[in-house]
Design a protein. Structure first.
Ligand code: TA6
Length: 301
């Protein structure tokens, strides 16, 4: 069996092959400021932590279920979000997060950050998705340093436009979901999944979790902040080329219903996701390339 990653892509002491959840092949990245892990399965960031701090990403305490999407970290959602309209048998949140991606390139940047680029090309599912054979390429460029930068690039190499939804579905570690607030989405419109996707407007106040919360905010390019008094930090979620933000906490009952999530895990995470979904579905013309970026960092409260 060939090596999961080309040997020339290793960076001594900074980027090496390791094992992620369930023994999945992962790229382990160590910088002077932080550490990260990314599985080839889904090009999925499963860990990002600044040295001496609680991880910024959250991973389920539940058992990883072979072949299923990894619960936690940053699932890459593409080319649809949630259920696929008109295709009830298609998996939720698209197919990119359950494909094995190729590590295409690595490099150490002058500031000590380390960048890894993962690539996913059409396979069995693309002809089903796009009649022209889905001649597209997806890249996930991950730069690990004092901050975590994730760039999701879609290249349409086909002869027809492609429509897609996308999201970096980040699970953030928090001290207690009942004690935090999410700022940046005040007055934005959202679709409330806990209320038959009714369209509502966020009041001019931060989001606080008081029950199951599952909201797709649309037509908003603002950055978000998670204010966490318990961990005495603010998590900054900056974005470029993203008009949607999804905010989710399953709360008590939904958490119990998810087989790969610990019953009490809901207390210690909040999802604030960067993407383009629903009203903000992307149409990419032939030959075009488009990149959505999110930068995650933390500052003391
Ligand atoms: O992003 C929020 C959401 O769509 C929730 O409705 C919940 O389904 C969550 O994603 C997790 O989805 P998954 O398919 O990973 O279980």
């Amino acid at each position: 069996m060939s090596d999961p990653i080309d040997l020339h892509l290793y960076i001594d002491g900074k980027l090496e092959l390791g094992k992620g959840p369930g023994g999945l092949d992962s790229v382990e990245i160590t910088t002077p400021f932080s550490r990260a892990s990314v599985t080839l399965f889904g090009a999925h960031v499963t860990h990002f932590a600044l040295n001496g701090e609680q991880p910024l990403t959250f991973m389920s305490s539940g058992k990883y279920l072979e072949g299923k999407p990894i619960r936690g970290g940053v699932p890459v959602i593409f080319p649809w979000f949630g259920p696929r309209a008109g295709h009830p048998s298609s998996p939720a949140h698209g197919v990119a997060r359950t494909q094995v991606w190729q590590l295409e390139a690595t490099k150490e940047l002058p500031d000590g950050s380390v960048q890894a680029t993962f690539k996913l090309e059409p396979s069995k599912f693309s002809s089903e998705l796009w009649p022209d054979g889905g001649n597209w390429v997806l890249r996930h460029m991950i730069t690990v340093g004092k901050v975590l930068t994730m760039e999701l690039e879609v290249e349409n190499g086909g002869a027809a436009p492609i429509d897609f939804e996308e999201a970096l579905h980040t699970y953030f570690t928090v001290s207690d979901a009942r004690e935090i607030e999410v700022r940046g989405l005040e007055n934005a419109d959202y679709l409330d999944k806990t209320d038959a996707l009714k369209r509502k407007t966020q009041p001019g106040e931060p989001i606080r979790f008081t029950g199951e919360t599952d909201r797709t905010y649309v037509n908003t390019g603002t950055n978000c902040v998670i204010v966490d008094p318990g961990l005495k930090r603010r998590i900054l979620i900056e974005k470029t080329n993203s008009l949607s933000a999804i905010v989710w906490n399953p709360w008590i009952e939904k958490a119990k219903a998810l087989a790969d999530l610990g019953d009490d895990d809901w207390i210690n995470f909040a999802c604030v996701e960067t993407g383009n979904v629903a009203d903000n579905t992307v149409t990419l013309a032939p030959g075009e390339t488009r990149t959505t970026v999110t930068v995650i960092s933390s500052v003391p409260l």
